[in-house]
Design a binder for this molecule. Structure first.
Ligand code: GCB
Length: 606
């Protein structure tokens, strides 16, 4: 599937704007045929955007169940084929056109298309989308509803419940709705449907690309490819699978994000262009090599999260976040904890930021309350869906030079015995799907083997990872308030990972502490800006002493919204910026560290 584009052969129309919306807690909408005529009582709802923060209704903010979106549109005269494209309908979407069901999908934060050729009326068409935001053990991410007996401290004494008590083990609000753009595409019948791009290398240096387009339509002509330099000059051309080798290839890197334009044509029928970059990736026991040069990952975990729109896409929020990263001297981020809107990768390509691209597999963990990798929970059906999600993410994102590693899950309970086969299968699926052969990982919260760790908690997925990424919160969830315990514990654990997997470099993918902006304390105490900054400093300085650690991603670039809980002060405050994107003290510290360049780290290692 391609990102929408308007050119001489294609027309991409956003159906964004203010739609009509209604909650359907009793799930009567299908029976009452809302798809043919929106029911009374709809409210305006922006698309893209999550519905949760749009009103002052607590039952809508915490909603878990069915909602409906409606809008009318008129099709354009152009194009012989028409498709509807949904950037992210979270979670399970059923699509109706003029009252008739035309498709359904449960890909959550990945796009899907529905061919509506020949089904559009001249004049006005009614598009209705029924979305179920509830999760199960077979969704990625998973979630469940708490049984009443587990939900209430006194089951007989409770008020009216407007929405079921959802249980999910991930740390962001389960935002729902049409989170990304909805498009109407007018396309030629004979057209390019997908692109598969491989890097051609000479040793560790990128030399060019090999591209294969899949096409649809009868008698589709063979695709032809041209690689255009920034000035528009053609520097290489060829047919399917031919290496496109510019005479003097300019590699893409964070310091020099050189992009070319790839132009694909199908005779006179279709044309598609895409910004591409040339880079190679290779992992050694001590380094992550980009174009043969070692990279130290410095940056943050992120969330697509902002006031009002929640996890709905906002260009303004995206530009602000990636610009903040660049200005701080960061070179990378992880798409924690789901694939982001495609514009995030396009902008990372342009600005020069490395991306660790993560699937939506977060919350595969009940923190030992019960085993999760078990029949009826995370089982063969979940695995099949997880594999499909990986394939769709890789097909979508491998074309971006910024994407350099796949993260198949965040903090799964991969110490459970049944997790081993599950993750073996996931890695096989990832490697089979990836034309770029990029390194793959699972972000660990399970431990390495070591006498200080309970044998039941040793990771069974780390063996399959190319790079060990792990999350740890010494001084926060462990040994609260004890800054002095950070360095020895971090060093011990990093060395334990290294001893168990001497061939695999390490990245600390999360560390940090909550700070409520404006709270100060000297000496530092938890939740103060000083405590957060000290935490960051102690981690970074310890990492500098561990040469096999090749990266640090602090959690998180910004504060973000979560479900309510004892440890959440209107959301998670581990942002080094507020949710408004204003810096806390630790942002200044990290900016001075990251802009100082690698010299500080190297001297600490000597
Ligand atoms: C983690 C999770 C992240 C949470 C963070 C926290 O390990 O990966 O999603 O937000 O901890 O602050 O608890």
């Amino acid at each position: 599937m391609l990102y929408p584009q308007t050119n001489s052969k294609r027309l991409a129309i956003r159906l964004d704007g203010i739609w009509q919306f209604r909650k359907d807690p009793s799930d009567v909408g299908r029976r009452e045929n809302w798809a043919s005529r929106p029911p009374p009582g709809t409210i305006p709802m922006p698309v893209p955007g999550a519905f949760n923060e749009m009103t002052a209704d607590a039952s809508l903010r915490d909603y878990w169940g069915v909602v409906w979106y409606f809008r009318e549109f008129e099709p354009p005269a152009a194009g012989s084929c028409h498709l509807l494209r949904f950037g992210a309908a979270v979670y399970h979407a059923e699509i109706f056109l003029n009252g008739e069901k035309i498709g359904e999908e449960h890909l959550g934060k990945l796009p899907f298309e529905i061919d509506v050729t020949g089904r559009l009326r001249d004049g006005s068409n009614l598009l209705a989308v029924r979305i179920d935001t509830s999760l199960s053990w077979q969704t990625i991410p998973p979630g469940t509803v708490k049984a009443p007996a587990d939900s209430w401290s006194t089951p007989d004494l409770h008020g009216p419940e407007e929405t079921p008590r959802a249980e999910y083990h991930f740390d962001f609000l389960n935002y729902g709705g049409l989170l990304r753009s909805v498009w109407l595409l007018a396309l030629p019948e004979t057209r390019i449907e997908a692109l598969r791009i491989e890097t051609v290398a000479e040793g560790d240096k990128p030399a060019g690309l090999k591209v294969r387009a899949s096409a649809c339509g009868e008698g589709a002509p063979a695709p032809a490819y041209r690689l255009l330099a920034p000035g528009g000059e053609c520097v290489a051309s060829g047919a399917d699978g031919d290496p496109l080798l510019p005479a003097d290839p300019l590699p893409w890197s964070p310091d020099s994000p050189q992009l070319y334009t790839l132009e694909v044509t199908l005779g006179e029928s279709d044309r598609y262009t895409l910004a591409v970059g040339l880079r190679t990736v290779r992992v050694t026991p001590d380094a992550f090599l980009l174009n043969g040069e070692p990279v130290y990952f410095q940056g943050c975990g992120l969330h697509e999260d902002f006031h009002l729109v929640g996890q709905g896409h906002s260009d303004a929020r995206l530009v602000k976040d990636l610009t903040l990263l660049k200005n701080m001297g960061a070179n990378s981020f992880r798409t924690s904890h789901y694939p982001y809107d495609e514009t995030a990768y396009q902008l990372a390509d342009r600005l020069g930021l490395l991306v660790i691209d993560e699937t939506p597999a977060v919350g595969l963990n009940a923190w030992d309350a019960y085993p999760v990798f078990a029949e009826g929970r995370l089982d063969a059906a979940t695995l099949a869906h997880h594999c499909r999600v990986i394939e769709r993410m890789i097909a979508r994102d491998h074309v971006h030079p910024s994407v350099v590693m796949w993260s198949l899950a965040n903090e799964p309970a991969c110490h459970e015995p049944a997790a081993e086969d599950y993750f073996r299968a996931l890695f096989e699926c990832c490697r089979a799907a990836d034309p770029q052969g990029l390194p793959a990982t699972v972000v660990q919260s399970s431990t390495p083997p070591g006498p200080h760790y309970s044998p039941g908690h040793h990771s069974r997925s780390a063996q399959f990872c190319d790079v060990i990424l792990w999350n740890r919160y010494y001084g926060w969830y462990q040994d609260c308030g004890r800054l002095g315990d950070i360095a020895p514990q971090l060093e011990y654990e990093a060395r334990a990972w290294r001893a168990a997997f001497p061939q695999k470099p390490l990245v600390l993918a999360e560390f940090g502490a909550d700070a409520v902006a404006g709270l100060h304390a000297d000496p530092p105490v938890m939740f103060s800006e000083e405590y957060q900054m000290e935490t960051a400093r102690l981690y970074c300085e310890q990492l500098d002493r561990l040469p096999f650690v090749i990266g640090e991603h602090i959690w998180n670039l910004c504060d973000f919204m979560t479900k309510q809980g004892l440890t959440r002060v209107i959301g998670n405050r581990k942002g080094i910026h507020t949710r408004d994107r204003q810096p806390k003290m630790s942002a200044h510290y990290l900016k001075s560290r990251w802009t100082a360049g690698p010299s500080a780290r190297t001297s600490a290692r000597e």
